[in-house]
Design a protein around this ligand. Structure first.
Ligand code: C2O
Length: 346
């Protein structure tokens, strides 16, 4: 059986690193759970944009949304604190598998095929909350476009002190325009010339996406009810997802907080933009397995076609009259002439 949902009333202490300040990452008790409803077809499409290319208007909205989220009371499940704690609860074993009959086994969303779908849902709701706080149903998270040279640094919108997108626990050395190493090994900065670093990063991307020829390689190993966690991460989760976390985290903190540890990673707003790009890689990988189609206009996709209003019949003609009044007999005549003149092809 698949890993079941957690029993939300049974949230226990998370397994935090020893040096972490103790926190309770369980959601506020008594939160009313409402069933998910599929968005209706008139919901506008959300377009996620590259974080290094967004304009001022977007940045204003994006920072406003996080300001409002940060201002919510801590016991509001939509608050930034609770949003960040979700990652801690699902990634540090605050829930067990009692729903499927394995109360001794914890639920973990990393190191298996749960990684991509879990984070996709997580971002989906996080993004919806941000949009609703600013009253914009089209609001979408940006993606940290680390797979293209221009995006291979910490996007500057996150680096402005005082902005709601800023987080103080980041590596001081890796501020923009310092180049990102997608294969980053802890505390080892390669200091390569830009072109070399770009090529290395693009090679890494090719290997991890195009090179993942099977679903198991890309998505990660199966993880089912009653099974031990971490059966094996997929290529993207492993690299560059993991190294980018560590690269952003503050090396002077005991656990590379914030981005470098599960319990604290989602306290940094860049977390959601980083995962937005991981999510994008899933889409790219899937499309790359199939046929490609020329990118033509799809006139029916976003707006329902409206039937042209029928023109009123100008004249009323009886069937009998119509038979004699139309060109039909003339056309028939011509057709017969053609048939008669045509040489027999057999
Ligand atoms: Cu749940 Cu980037 O990790």
């Amino acid at each position: 059986a698949p890993i079941g949902p957690p029993d939300l009333s049974e949230c226990g202490p998370a397994h935090l690193p020893a040096s972490a300040a103790p926190i309770n990452c369980c959601p506020p008790p008594g939160t009313k759970i409402i069933d998910f409803q599929l968005p209706c077809s008139s919901t506008p499409l959300r377009v996620r944009r590259a974080a290094h290319l967004v304009d001022d208007e977007y940045v204003a909205k994006y920072t406003k949304a996080y300001e409002l989220m940060r201002a919510l009371l801590d016991d509001d499940p939509r608050s930034f604190k609770q949003q960040a704690n979700i990652h801690c609860a699902y990634c540090d074993g605050a829930y067990d598998q009692s729903v499927t009959g394995f109360p001794k086994m914890d639920i973990y969303v990393h190191g298996s095929w749960l990684f991509l779908p879990f984070h996709r849902y997580y971002l989906y709701f996080h993004e919806k909350i941000l949009g609703s706080l600013i009253g914009d149903p089209t609001f979408a998270l940006p993606f940290w476009n680390w797979d293209t040279p221009a995006g291979m640094k910490l996007p500057s919108i996150f680096a402005k002190k005082g902005s709601s997108l800023y987080d103080e626990f980041r590596d001081a050395k890796h501020q923009p325009p310092y180049l990102l190493d997608l294969n980053y090994h802890l505390n080892v900065d390669p200091n390569l010339p830009a072109q070399q670093q770009y090529t290395n990063n693009l090679t890494t991307m090719y290997r991890q996406v195009v090179g993942a020829k099977t679903a198991t390689l890309f998505l990660g190993s199966p993880y089912r009810a009653g099974e031990a966690e971490n059966p094996g991460a997929g290529t993207i989760e492993h690299v560059p997802h993991g190294p980018v976390h560590n690269w952003v985290g503050d090396r002077t903190q005991p656990n590379l907080e914030d981005m470098g540890d599960f319990y604290s990673a989602a306290r940094d707003p860049i977390f959601y933009a980083h995962h937005s790009n991981c999510d994008r890689m899933w889409t790219i990988w899937k499309e790359n397995l199939r046929y490609k189609y020329e990118n033509v206009k799809i006139p029916w996709l976003h707006t329902k076609p409206v039937a042209p209003t029928m023109r009123k019949a100008k004249r009323k003609i009886s069937w009998k009259k119509a038979a004699t009044a139309t060109k039909f007999p003339i056309l028939l005549d011509k057709a017969i002439q053609v048939l008669v003149k045509r040489p027999n092809t057999k």
